[in-house]
Design a protein around this ligand. Structure first.
Ligand code: ADP
Length: 398
């Protein structure tokens, strides 16, 4: 069913609530990994604590719905966030770090939260729209492993994030999950801020010497292959496990150790991370239009198109600010609406498009205009901005 007017108004109200709630957060950084157990949450926690040690105001959001580990890593397991109507207070760790995790909301650590895509999306939406984050320099988001619904939801809800830090281990490097993770970021137009190779080498707890167990430079090579920054490699440090079990962030409590120094130097470039790093600013008068293309012109058959023109426009001055040509992910039902809403498209202008696809776009908050002629993306967008776009018949209604 297409969404009705009431639902559309409700969606707009929700989007406005999110915009208002996170408008004072300067930078959003997602921490991702292809697989579990590579130290992703440890990196996210240490990054958040390190940023707060640099005098930054920081938020740490744990959206790992099925295995939230942030409360344990910060010894906050007994904390319960207070809240009123439409407001949840994050838990404060030290003076400058505000923490929110689904782990605070479940009864005990053994009770897994069983929920499906839309429920997960709603929980994450609440974290973004109702947690009183206030003024933050950085919001660090600890995502669950893999490329599922949660990272997708968070990218959609936050608007354009600064980017993602991808955590991997030497053993994982050859495995497709890491590559999938990088491809996922590319499909969502989410910049990769860098790769951290965790558990590379070993620091002896007795002599504090670092030994490289495996030969090679896999993480650095992978970063080169993907043309993204290599942030650094972190050794296995046996002291990290008891520290994590006691909820003592290693970077703070063992700041003089080789491992803490490796963590600090991996995090240092992220301080420079700048929101205008290739991202569009989300402002009221800016919109993103996507047009399916065949041979450089609007494709009349949405489901068959090989390329999209994604055009950023300034609706005040009615001008085109930027145009990119992107290859869509493999066409499967529901993939294109998710992908296009993930990259912040507000409007799709198409020739022919089936009813089902139109409904899926509406549900993803993306408007659709069908029946446009087979012209170049610039001609179509200019006509749309000038109110002269003549929409004909939807020639491909399947
Ligand atoms: P993930 O979030 O990827 O599932 P965690 O951050 O929960 O992984 O880490 C898994 C385990 O590995 C934890 O016990 C953690 O303390 C440990 N760990 C993480 N990084 C290191 C490291 N560099 N040296 C030693 N142990 C580590």
């Amino acid at each position: 069913m297409p969404i009705n007017e009431e639902q559309r108004i409700q969606m707009q109200a929700e989007q406005e609530q999110i915009r208002q709630n996170i408008r004072h957060i300067k930078h959003h950084i997602l921490v991702l990994s292809g697989k579990g157990g590579v130290g992703k949450s440890s990196i996210a926690v240490n990054l958040a604590v390190w940023l707060s040690m640099q005098g930054k105001e920081v938020g740490l959001l744990d959206v790992d719905i099925h295995g939230p580990s942030v409360p344990k890593l910060l010894n906050l397991e007994d904390s319960k966030p207070k809240g009123g109507r439409d407001i949840i207070e994050p838990i404060l760790f030290g003076d400058r770090l505000k923490v929110m995790s689904v782990g605070f909301l479940i009864q005990n650590e053994d009770s897994a939260l069983i929920c499906r895509g839309p429920m997960k999306h709603n929980i994450i939406k609440q974290f973004v729209s109702e947690v009183s984050w206030g003024d933050l320099d950085y919001l660090i988001v600890d995502c669950p492993p893999g490329t599922g619904d949660e990272p997708l939801s968070i990218v959609q809800l936050l608007g354009q994030a600064d980017g993602a830090v991808v955590v991997t281990t030497p053993q994982q490097l050859a495995i497709t999950d890491v590559r999938k993770c990088m491809t996922f970021c590319n499909q969502l137009n989410l910049p990769i801020l860098g790769i951290i190779e965790n558990m590379h080498g070993f620091v002896c707890p007795h002599c504090n010497q670092r030994t490289d167990i495996f030969e090679g430079d896999g993480g650095r090579q992978m970063a080169k292959d993907f043309n993204v920054p290599f942030l650094g490699s972190i050794p296995i440090d046996p002291n990290m496990v008891p520290a994590a079990d006691l909820g003592k962030p290693f970077i703070y409590y063992s700041s003089q150790s080789l491992t803490a120094q490796a963590l600090s130097s991996a995090f240092e470039p992220l301080l420079q991370s700048n929101k205008n790093n290739g991202n569009i600013e989300k402002e009221q008068n800016k919109m993103r239009i996507a047009i399916p293309l065949t041979e450089g012109r609007l494709s009349q058959h949405f489901g068959h198109c090989r390329q999209f023109a994604v055009v950023d426009v300034d609706s005040d001055s009615k001008s085109i600010r930027n145009k990119e040509l992107l290859d869509p992910p493999v066409h499967e039902p529901g993939v294109l609406p998710k992908w296009l809403s993930g990259i912040q498209v507000n409007l799709v202008i198409a020739g022919g498009m089936g009813q089902r696809a139109q409904q899926l776009f509406e549900q993803s908050g993306v408007s659709v205009l069908v029946g446009a002629p087979s012209e170049s993306p610039e001609e179509i967008v200019e006509a749309y901005l000038n109110g002269t776009l003549v929409a004909g018949e939807n020639v491909c209604d399947h």
